[in-house]
Structure formats: structure tokens, C-alpha cells
Design a protein around this ligand. Structure first.
Ligand code: SF4
Length: 787
């Protein structure tokens, strides 16, 4: 085929996924050929125009466009025609503007390049009407070499579960390898997202190399997250210096991430506005994936479409399910089918028919093909592809499993089936075979003890500094191993959820809400602009905006009862500790109200909570749940010398639906829910500095004072007790520094009374395999009885 395809002085247009192999084949020939290789997109772009980063930036800046929307416009610019529809008029307007500003790229050398050259187009299942039209208009008489459609017959294998399907594929691959097939001739196609994790795991267990892309975006990596945070307040050089010092650049994946970030920053050096640069960076990083390390001898994943598959190849077409294959196009593109009709480009139903034919032709043309599908995964049910009836394919069901391919996997299956038998009484028909063939009796036997790490090496890895915060110490005291996984190994990639975004936005706006010249709408707009919300999230944000306006109005009302005339918001406080390396404890106090009087600073601390507010301080004695006391410690130790604490509170700023109280209006109930939750000094004179209404407080929940002093249900503490609480915090912080520097990271979740508070909300039970004997039992305290 190659000999018929190539000739000297030609342009060979072929899909990118075929380029590498064809170039390799051509360069192995004895003769030297002058051939320019291009994809059809590259050829059409050169014959028309294309765009780059400057065009994207222009649309984002000029029209405040979302990054994805800007790309949709740019990708549709080739269909810009006037007076066809509002959308094409808009495209024309944008196109003209980009031309006027020199922001479209025209290939000046294309005429010279194609002059006197034979152009052949090869490997495409179909070529769109638009592309054919461009070739015609430019007078290019390209030779389109259609794929040779053969007529091989195939069967389809049905599996109940996705893991059974993968097991079958692996067993067939092992058979092929045992029969002398080169692993590089074995290919998988149609590997959709629901397969990725199971395929990676099971190929590893069967010791079969597979080249598969990492589906995680670079944006979700800790380095990228860190870099974006730092870039907000520093210049690019400082940010990169910090990141390359903080992370080990000898680790290939770290280096790759930083290199990719630098590449993007280099493309956008002309962007002067930091906020736009960061916005674009986030978007581009979300589309980039971690590097795939391609192994030489491995099974490879290929495209079924726009590809020529050799007769030596053995192809597994997996996930032959409805919706997966063939792909279904709907009338939901930027240009509708009606507009496409007028533009003479393929409408969705035409694309569906082309797609279906392409898949059928590809299937018929592959000699060695295994087609498989599943009926369910752990999360979903699936139907077989409609192509089965269209192509009249024979389906083979109830395929008997042979258990002689992977001892490791057999043991796993045995444990799974034993679990099902013991827990649910399900007796699997294969349980007997697996049980009789087992190699050992390891079921439910394991040693999960953490064997420790080398203290000196660990200390070296800290690069001379250790930074702790309330949450890291909380993690450590709940379970040292949890801290080790989360804070030292950092195994969880941080991806901000919508709920977390709401928290950040609310905190951000509230930190500015009580300053002079605050303009709510303007500030809200400024803060939310950096986020890329879906339509659903936008809808909620509109509602939440009004909630936030109400919260600020209510806090302003609460402030009328308060004589503390100074304030700090989102204040970062650092406290340095003595040690051989730089030991720093830090925290950010949401809101600190204070008054300076007679050489003393009277203060109140308030922490906003969008989630569930935890007001019980009884575990402070164990260094757990000590957020508010930590802020007291930071204020007293790090901010004011002569501080006197009046109160410390949580304020729940987002409440769930309200249980209706017929005696109160909805507004009154909402205001009631915004009352502060926490402790007040038991001295009325001091309490009144913050809350004139302390006798029946309008500001603090359950605070009431009568003839016999504060009511029993009021949460009040004496000065001595508050100071003791702060002392306990200080000791807990010092102990945490000592234990962490001693590399003590045992699996030791704490149970207080009946509650295993160590493991609550911990994501790592799949790693630690915690046993009952790991739990450390602690006495339950009530009413701060340790003070
Ligand atoms: S699940 Fe429990 S024992 Fe395991 S790491 Fe988390 S806190 Fe520690």
C-alpha cells in the first residue's frame, strides 16, 4: 500500500494518529522522498486562517467572555457569513474585528508549498462538505484515497460486569502472547472513561504493560494549585522560584507539570492583567493531562476511526454499548441544524449516519477483532450497541471463566466472593473452584502496622522548615497516620467543590463588607468573576447572593450593640517556635473586633461557618476541635500584648431550610439563626463592651443575664478558664511540633466515649486498613470540666 501511496514531491494528508507510523515506514525505505506530511485540519487552516492565544485573550478581555465560549466562537469563525442568522452575523462581526486587529493568522507560504505538488488524502473515514468545498474553491485537485473496506465477520461477547469483560480481554491477550503474538500488535480501542481505573488496575495485576493516558488534569495537581495561589500575590519569577524550591524537581512528574505551566505562561507573556492571566492559566491547565510515559513493549490504545489497522494487529473493541459506539451527535452545537442546512455543512443526523458507516466499515475491515460489551459497572447499567442488530452480529453470552491467568487477581476474586457469602449469603458458582485453588489462607489476615520512617531523613526532607496550622494539628491529633498521608505525603489532590467555592466567596466578601465605601454588588461581582460556574451553579449563586446581602445587613444590625471600634478581617497570624529548624504556627482569623483602653486590648473573635458549626470545645484537651481557642492563642500571643478576651464565637452564615416557628416571621427566624454561637466572659461589664443587649442578647445565642447573674444555659467562662484554655492550646501545639519532628506517624485514631472522632470524615480507610486494636480510647469530657 505504501508504494502506491507515496511518490516524490508530494503532500500526504493523513490523520495525526497515523502520521508517526507512516513517517517511520517511509524513512525505512531505500529511496529518499520529498514528502510533506500534514493533517487535513492543518491543510484547511493553511488554506483559510487560524487563530492563536492573542485571539483568545482579545475575546476574553474585550467581551468579558468565558474561555470556553471564546474558543467556541473561534472554532466557528470559518462559518462566518453575513445575513444568514444572528449567530453567523455575530461570527462575522467577531471575525472582522479580529482581522482589523491582526489577530487571525494567514499562512503566506501555502501557495508556494502546494505549487506543483501532488496532494493525496489518505486514512480518513469521511471528509466534510466544508473541507471539500475549500479544496475546490482553492483549485486543489487532491487525490482522495478511500479506505479499502473488507468484509470480515465478527462475534460479540457479552459480560454481566465491566470487570468480567476486562478479565476476558486480559485472558485473550495472555493467550495471544503465549501463541507468539508481539505485544505491540495488540490494541485496545473505545476505552471510555468508565474503563480507565479498572483497566489500569487489572492490567497491572496481570503484569501486562499498557500505554494509557492519565485522565487527571494538571490543574488538579497540588503544584498547580499552589502555584496559582502564590501567583495571585507575587510575580511570575518569584512564584516559579518558590515552586521549584518547594517541590522536588528531580521527580519527573513535578518537572513536567512546572514545564507545562511555563509553556503556557510563555505563550501569554503579552497579557498584563494578572487576573486574566490566572484565569486563562487555570483553563488551559484543566485541559492538560499528566504526562503519559510510553513504554516500548506494551498494548496500545488506538482510534477506531480515521485509522488503518494492519492485518497483523489484534484489536479489542471494548465497551460496545449503546451511546458509546457509534457516537451520537445531537442538534446542540453552536450552529443549529437549520443554520447548517443553509451553510451546506453536515447536520447532526447526517453526521450520525457518516459516523455509523465509518464504524461499520472499520469493524468489517479488521481481520483480528474481539468485540465486547458489559451490562453494568458499579455505578450504571448499559445496553448493547444498536450496531449489533444493524450488522447482524452474533452475540456470545455466559462465557466460562478460566482461573489460570493471575494468582493475584484470583485471590482478590476469592476474597470478594467470600465477602459476598459471609455478608450477604450469596454463594457464587465459581467460589468452590477459586477456594480449592487458593494458594494460602490469607482471607481477612493482614498486618497494617505502620513500620515508621527514618527520622533523620524525614527531618532533612522538611528543608529546614515546618509549618503547622489548626487543621494540620487537628488532623495529627485525630490520627497521626492521617496527618502523614494528608499533610506530609499530600496524597489527596485538591479540587475545589462548589460548596468550597461558596465558602471562599462568602468569606472574601465578608472580609470587606464592614469597611468604608463597601459596594456589595461590585464586590460580589469582583469576587465571583474568577469562577467558571455551570448554569446550575450560576442559578444557585444568584440565590446565594441575596442570602449574603441579608447576612451582611443582619451583621450590621448586630454591630449596633457593640462598642469595639477596631477590626481585623482575614488576618494571617504567624508564631515562630524555638527549634533546630524554622517552626511556624499560623492561622487566619476571619474577624477580630477590638478596643484599646487603659493599655489593654479587649477583643472578640468570630469565625464564619458555611458548613456545620462545631461549638463543643471538650476535645480541646486532646488537641482536637480547638479552632476557636487556637484563634485566642494567636491573638494573645501574636497580635496584642495585653489582650483581654470578651468572647469567641462561630457564626453560621449558611443555614439549611428552617423549621417554621409560627411566632416569628421568616426574616426573624433567619436573623435568629445568624446569632453568634460560643463563649462570653462571665463579667457583665466586659460583656457589655461587645454586646449592650447581653441581658437578653440580640447578638449571642442563649446569652441572658438576670438578678442571679448569667442564666445557667448561657455559655460563659471566667478569665482564668479562658487563659487556661489558651495554655492547653499552646501545650498541644508544642507537643504536635515535637511528635511530628520525631516522625511519629502511627495509625492511632482516637475514640472519645463511643465516637471514633479520629476516623470521622477521613478518606484513607482504604489505605490504613484500621483495626479495632489501633484505636486509642480517650475519656469523654463535658462542660469543659478540665478547666
Ligand atoms: S481511617 Fe482512621 S485510622 Fe485510617 S488513617 Fe484515617 S483516621 Fe487514621
Amino acid at each position: 500500500m505504501l508504494n502506491e501511496l507515496i511518490e516524490n514531491n508530494m503532500i500526504l494528508v493523513l490523520p495525526n494518529n497515523m502520521k508517526e507510523n507512516v513517517i517511520k515506514e517511509v524513512s525505512s525505505l531505500d529511496k529518499i522522498y520529498n514528502i510533506k506530511f500534514m493533517s487535513l485540519k492543518e491543510l484547511i487552516d493553511s488554506l483559510t486562517f487560524t487563530y492563536d492565544e492573542r485571539s483568545i485573550y482579545y475575546l476574553i478581555k474585550k467581551y468579558d467572555m468565558n474561555y470556553d465560549v471564546a474558543n467556541i466562537y473561534l472554532n466557528n469563525l470559518k462559518y462566518a457569513v453575513n445575513n444568514l442568522s444572528d449567530k453567523t452575523n455575530k461570527l462575522t462581526k467577531i471575525k472582522n474585528e479580529l482581522i482589523e486587529n491582526n489577530l487571525l493568522i494567514y499562512d503566506k507560504n501555502i501557495d508556494k508549498l502546494i505549487d506543483n505538488k501532488k496532494i493525496k488524502i489518505y486514512g480518513y473515514d469521511y471528509i466534510s462538505k466544508f473541507d471539500l468545498d475549500i479544496l475546490k474553491k482553492k483549485g486543489i485537485n487532491a487525490q482522495i484515497i478511500n479506505k479499502n473496506v473488507l468484509d470480515f465477520n465478527h462475534e460479540v461477547y457479552e459480560f454481566e460486569d465491566i470487570k468480567d469483560e476486562i478479565y476476558f480481554i486480559l485472558s485473550k491477550i495472555i493467550d495471544l502472547l503465549n501463541n507468539g503474538v508481539d505485544i505491540n500488535n495488540i490494541k485496545l480501542c473505545n476505552v471510555t472513561s468508565e474503563y480507565e481505573n479498572d483497566i489500569k488496575r487489572m492490567f497491572k495485576m496481570f503484569n501486562i504493560n499498557l500505554n494509557i493516558k492519565d485522565n487527571k488534569s494538571i490543574k488538579s495537581s497540588l503544584i498547580a494549585k499552589d502555584l496559582i495561589d502564590i501567583l495571585e500575590n507575587n510575580n511570575i519569577d518569584e512564584t516559579l522560584d518558590f515552586i521549584t524550591n518547594k517541590y522536588d524537581m528531580t521527580i519527573l512528574s513535578n518537572k513536567y507539570i512546572v514545564d507545562e505551566i511555563i509553556k503556557i505562561l510563555n505563550k501569554y507573556t503579552f497579557v498584563k492583567e494578572k487576573n486574566i492571566l490566572i484565569y486563562i492559566l487555570k483553563n488551559e491547565l484543566s485541559k492538560k493531562h499528566l504526562k503519559e510515559i510510553k513504554r516500548k513493549n506494551a498494548v496500545n490504545i488506538i482510534d477506531l476511526k480515521d485509522n488503518i489497522i494492519s492485518e497483523n494487529d489484534y484489536v479489542f473493541l471494548i465497551g460496545f454499548n449503546m451511546g458509546n459506539i457509534p457516537k451520537i451527535y445531537k442538534d446542540e452545537d453552536y450552529l443549529s441544524d437549520i443554520e447548517k442546512e443553509k451553510l451546506n455543512i453536515e447536520k447532526s443526523y447526517e453526521k450520525n449516519s457518516l459516523e455509523k458507516n465509518a464504524i461499520i466499515n472499520s469493524i468489517k475491515s479488521i481481520k483480528n477483532l474481539f468485540i465486547t460489551y458489559k451490562l453494568k459497572t458499579n455505578f450504571d447499567s448499559y445496553m448493547p450497541s444498536l450496531l449489533i442488530s444493524d450488522m447482524n452480529l452474533n452475540v456470545i453470552k455466559d462465557i466460562e471463566k478460566k482461573y489460570n491467568y493471575s494468582k493475584k487477581y484470583n485471590e482478590l476474586l476469592l476474597s470478594e466472593k467470600l465477602d459476598n457469602l459471609i455478608k450477604f449469603g450469596e454463594n457464587d458458582k465459581d467460589l468452590g473452584i477459586l477456594y480449592s485453588n487458593r494458594l494460602n489462607d490469607n482471607y481477612l489476615k493482614y498486618d497494617n502496622k505502620f513500620k515508621g520512617i527514618n527520622k533523620e531523613k524525614f527531618n532533612d526532607s522538611l528543608n529546614g522548615k515546618l509549618l503547622l496550622s489548626y487543621s494540620s494539628i487537628d488532623n495529627y491529633n485525630r490520627c497521626a497516620f492521617r496527618y502523614y498521608l494528608n499533610n506530609i505525603l499530600k496524597i489527596t489532590e485538591f479540587e475545589e467543590t462548589f460548596a468550597q467555592s461558596i465558602g471562599t466567596i462568602f468569606h472574601d466578601v465578608l472580609s470587606k463588607a464592614f469597611k468604608e465605601n463597601f459596594d456589595f454588588d461590585l464586590e460580589f461581582e469582583n469576587v465571583t468573576k474568577a469562577y467558571d460556574f455551570s448554569n446550575k451553579e450560576e442559578f444557585f449563586m444568584k440565590k446565594l447572593k441575596e442570602e449574603l446581602r441579608f447576612i451582611i445587613d443582619t451583621i450590621n444590625k448586630q454591630n449596633n450593640f457593640n462598642s469595639l471600634d477596631k477590626s481585623l478581617y482575614e488576618n494571617k497570624v504567624y508564631i515562630n517556635k524555638e527549634g533546630n529548624i524554622k517552626l511556624t504556627f499560623m492561622g487566619i482569623i476571619d474577624k477580630l473586633l477590638y478596643k484599646e483602653e487603659n493599655n489593654k486590648t479587649y477583643l472578640v473573635i468570630i469565625d464564619y461557618k458555611t458548613g456545620f458549626p462545631h461549638t463543643n470545645l471538650n476535645n480541646t484537651i486532646y488537641g482536637i476541635d480547638m479552632q476557636l481557642p487556637v484563634y485566642l492563642y494567636l491573638a494573645k500571643e501574636g497580635l496584642f500584648k495585653n489582650a483581654e478576651v470578651i468572647g469567641f464565637y462561630l457564626q453560621k452564615i449558611l443555614n439549611n431550610e428552617i423549621v417554621r416557628d409560627p411566632k416569628k416571621t421568616y426574616e426573624q427566624q433567619k436573623e435568629e439563626n445568624l446569632k453568634l454561637l460560643g463563649y462570653t466572659i462571665d463579667e457583665p461589664e466586659l460583656a457589655s463592651k461587645f454586646d449592650f443587649s447581653y441581658t437578653d442578647s440580640e447578638v449571642v445565642k442563649s446569652l441572658k443575664f438576670g438578678q442571679n447573674g448569667f442564666y445557667a444555659y448561657s455559655k460563659v467562662l471566667s478569665k482564668e478558664k479562658i487563659n487556661k484554655l489558651i495554655e492547653i492550646v499552646k501545650d498541644n501545639i508544642d507537643n504536635a511540633f515535637d511528635n511530628i519532628l520525631d516522625a511519629k506517624f502511627d495509625i492511632n485514631p482516637k475514640r472519645v466515649g463511643k465516637d471514633n472522632i479520629g476516623c470521622s470524615f477521613c478518606k484513607y480507610s482504604d489505605i490504613c486498613f484500621m483495626k479495632e486494636e489501633d484505636v486509642v480510647l480517650l475519656d469523654e469530657h463535658n462542660n469543659l470540666d478540665f478547666l
